[in-house]
Design a protein around this ligand. Structure first.
Ligand SMILES: O=C(O)CCC(=O)C(=O)O
Ligand SMILES: [Fe+2]
Length: 392
């Protein structure tokens, strides 16, 4: 066997061994690991190099805040300014009771911190009964030089794991509730309650994002009508403390495929967004921390809304770094996606946004087509390039 093939085979077998433990990254920490196994080291950041990557520059930048206790005449322009500039904002006075958020975050922590024997029956890379607990391998971006014709095969040959375990719960579609029977009692109560509360908040957010589009030309129900916005997919992340935090990634840089995402995070921190300097962004902007704000939820625009808004709104790259060798971090992301998912349900820039000066920048697409493109081209911002209409 050639050396490269041997390395790939060894990596594939350590990945299989890791999944077979069914205990996640937390299992490694519990077993007393003092060094990070190679599976978690991004190429160029430790596998071949002994020096750690340069940490991001500390920047005094805070994402905007939208206070929903203000009158609508004030919140709509605030949402517009935030979604068109940095694509990420904090929302306060959002109507989701503090206790509901705190109970959900505590329940997620409780799930991940129960003994391995209790959480391992849920370990699965594919959702069973709407529930999956696993360390989801990172799909790495394809090489820039186009040398790999089969990106997925290349990714499978050099697996990379995030320093994160996730409990993913799908609450819909359909009347059937997810099977939460194997989760601790705190999760069975707190997660559905949080999801119900977020559904109400998500509708309000969809209305605001809709009304803030096109400088007043699009009605508050427009997105809801077009896309039947739903918030059924909940990713409950747990980032264990890491003995070598600077060598791992909690989440590789990516954009969200959603219309928009709502994130609750505890006080540990680690989420970073890439600031884009100019329209279109060169991908070279600096990384800045989204410091946790007590009581606030984070909202970010996803790729689908970026395209539907004809790029008025920004879907910004973000990532998670591990800050601590002591504290585990918990976050809960709820993805608000279009409910219409058939190949015949086409979405594209809303016609009322299009003018001679600003013609459609994206062609129409269906959700399955969009998800396929994302699988093929990685989770970075280039995944929507295949829908872009070239400017003359
Ligand atoms: O944990 C976080 O702060 C971010 C999670 C995230 O970006 C995602 O689930 O898409
Ligand atoms: Fe994300």
């Amino acid at each position: 066997m050639a050396a490269a093939e041997e390395r790939d085979a060894a990596a594939a077998s350590s990945l299989a061994e890791f999944h077979a433990s069914r205990a996640g990254v937390r299992g490694l920490v519990e077993s007393g690991a003092t060094a990070v196994p190679p599976l978690f080291l991004p190429p160029g950041c430790g596998r071949e190099r002994s020096t750690p990557p340069t940490p991001p520059r500390a920047t005094a930048f805070a994402i905007p805040t939208v206070d929903l206790s203000l009158p609508r005449s004030a919140t709509v322009p605030l949402v517009r300014a935030a979604a068109t500039s940095c694509g990420f904002f904090h929302v306060t006075s959002h109507g989701v009771p503090r206790g509901t958020v705190a109970s959900a975050v505590a329940a997620v922590r409780a799930f991940h911190e129960q003994p391995a024997a209790s959480r391992s029956p849920c370990y699965s890379l594919a959702p069973v009964g709407g529930v999956a607990y696993s360390t989801i391998p990172i799909q790495q971006p394809p090489p820039q030089d186009g040398s790999s014709s089969d990106h997925r095969a290349a990714t499978a040959a050099s697996p990379l794991l995030p320093w994160r375990d996730s409990l993913v719960v799908r609450f819909g579609p359909g009347p059937e509730a997810p099977d939460l029977g194997r989760l601790p009692a705190s999760c069975r109560d707190a997660l559905p309650e949080y999801q119900r509360s977020l559904t109400v908040f998500g509708k309000e957010m969809a209305g605001l994002l809709s009304e803030a589009l096109g400088g007043g030309g699009v009605g508050a129900e427009r997105l809801e009508r077009e896309m039947q916005v739903e918030g059924w997919l909940m990713a409950c992340h747990y980032y264990p403390p890491c003995p070598e935090p600077e060598r791992v990634v909690g989440s590789l840089e990516h954009t969200d495929p959603s219309l928009f995402t709502v994130l609750a995070q505890d006080a540990v921190g680690g989420l970073q967004v890439r600031r884009e300097e100019e329209e279109g962004g060169g991908g070279g902007g600096e990384w800045v921390d989204v410091a946790p704000v007590a009581g606030a939820l984070v909202v970010n625009v996803g790729d689908v809304l970026k395209m539907v808004s004809n790029e008025e709104y920004k879907s910004v790259e973000h990532r998670v770094v591990i800050k601590s060798s002591q504290d585990a971090r918990v976050s809960i992301a709820v993805f608000f996606n279009p409910a219409k998912r058939d190949a015949s349900d086409l979405f594209g820039p809303l016609p009322e946004l299009l003018t001679a000066e600003r013609p459609a920048r994206f062609r129409r697409f269906s959700v399955p087509e969009f998800m396929r493109s994302r699988r093929e081209s990685g989770h970075g911002k280039s995944s929507i390039d295949s829908f872009r209409i070239a400017a003359d």
